[in-house]
Write a protein that binds this ligand. Structure first.
Ligand SMILES: NC(=O)c1ccc[n+]([C@@H]2O[C@H](COP(=O)([O-])OP(=O)(O)OC[C@H]3O[C@@H](n4cnc5c(N)ncnc54)[C@H](O)[C@@H]3O)[C@@H](O)[C@H]2O)c1
Length: 360
């Protein structure tokens, strides 16, 4: 079967990861890229060997041989780009978080369904080899019955201005990185139904930059009695940290995605690159290798390409992204009211999840 041709919308941080990862995947090829910044798409295309470059992504959507479009855009642009892609008959991979409101999520899901295209949710932790191994341990009963999953993804804050602007991002670290942790636990447990959500969040370090929270703790209880604990930070120094612990009735496993398999390096002069968002490479550092592979990006792209070829069924979908967003809405509401939010739950209609905590 022929290679799936992908159109990449965006040329920023995550687009670069997708473009690099796609080169490791025989099933997929990024054939076009779009970015509104003059010259950016052309430069990106040259760097990654991509055939077509556009300033307006709607031109990319006109290319007949593009089957799948990856949305690597700021959060406030996901919904419209998804609707446009679906209308053009393209399958869609949407970066996390799916979007900012459940209404947007519903429109995205409905548009893809109506157009007969797939809407796939890019939660790469479900493809990270070490985390996949952890889930396999759970599935084969190595830990007995898994009852608690703790997941943390943390660093000292994002790289682009729009993340800090809650009108564009929709919220702070919970929305940005809590979405990873929440979906990781949900996936490990086999996606049971939610019973309740409790959360605490605050802005400890970056009040000068954002109305968004820079540290959050969110507890999700499932109907099965299992518990997911997501702790996330934009206020933690020392480079990105990503880890999980899984407790079972007769076993336990812990995975440190980055430092657990990094080199422990001591350097007096410093060196080029240690790990994402590391502030220094002098002294003792954790030196990552095969970072994109360890994060699961090539494996994610390969899976989504095989879904387009009809060989596999997406393990992460628009519906999953919506459920994570709903849990996060409840978390913001819990932080705002100080109360546990019980299911069934329908969030108040707001422009962005953070309004449920801080008001508009
Ligand atoms: N899965 C992950 O681990 C991960 C990591 C980082 C970011 N993300 C997600 O990916 C998305 C993008 O984040 P990022 O870090 O790459 O942001 P970024 O700021 O680095 O890049 C955003 C890109 O969007 C482009 N853009 C803006 N408006 C556009 C438009 N109208 N048409 C085409 N391109 C446009 C910008 O030019 C830029 O290239 C966000 O939703 C973010 O949450 C996911």
């Amino acid at each position: 079967m022929s290679t799936v041709k992908i159109g990449l919308i965006g040329t920023g941080f995550v687009a670069d990861l997708h473009a690099t990862a796609a080169r490791m995947v025989p099933e997929a090829e990024i054939a076009a890229v779009a970015s509104p910044t003059p010259g950016k798409a052309g430069h990106f295309a040259k760097e990654h060997g991509i055939q077509h470059a556009f300033e307006d992504y709607r031109e990319l959507l006109k290319l007949k041989d593009i089957q799948l479009v990856t949305l690597a855009l700021p959060n406030h642009l996901h919904a419209q780009a998804c609707l446009d892609a679906a209308k053009a008959g393209k399958h869609v991979v949407c970066e996390k978080p799916l979007c900012r409101t459940l209404e947007e999520a519903d429109r995205m899901i409905a548009a893809c369904r109506q157009a007969g295209v797939l809407l796939m949710y890019a939660e790469e932790l479900c493809f990270a080899p070490k985390y996949v191994r952890a889930k396999k341990l759970v599935d084969e009963g190595a830990l007995g019955r898994a009852f608690l999953v703790k997941q943390s993804e943390e660093h000292f804050g994002p790289h682009s201005a729009w993340f800090w602007d809650v009108d564009k991002s929709g919220g702070g670290v919970l929305l940005d990185m809590g979405c990873h942790s929440i979906e990781f636990a949900r996936w490990v447990f086999g996606k049971p139904r939610v019973k309740s959500v409790f959360a605490s969040m605050s802005t400890h370090v970056h009040r000068d930059k954002t109305r968004g929270e820079d540290h959050s703790v969110c507890i999700v209880e499932y109907e099965t009695g299992q518990v997911g604990l997501a702790e996330n930070s934009w206020a933690k120094t020392g480079g990105v940290d990503d880890r999980c612990e899984i407790y079972g009735s007769s076993g336990f496993t812990r995975a440190d995605l980055l430092r657990g398999s990094a080199l422990l390096t001591y350097s007096e002069s410093g060196y080029g690159y240690a790990v994402e968002k590391a502030a220094t490479t002098k002294g003792y550092t954790f030196t990552m290798f095969e970072e994109i592979w360890n994060y699961g990006f090539p494996q994610e792209i390969a899976h989504f390409a095989r879904c387009v070829q009809g060989k596999e069924t997406p393990i992460e979908t628009g519906e999953d992204g919506r459920e994570v967003l709903k849990i996060m809405c409840a978390a913001y509401e819990s932080a705002g009211t100080g109360k546990r939010i019980d299911w069934p739950y329908e969030p108040r209609k707001v422009d962005k999840p953070i309004d449920l905590w801080r008001g508009a």
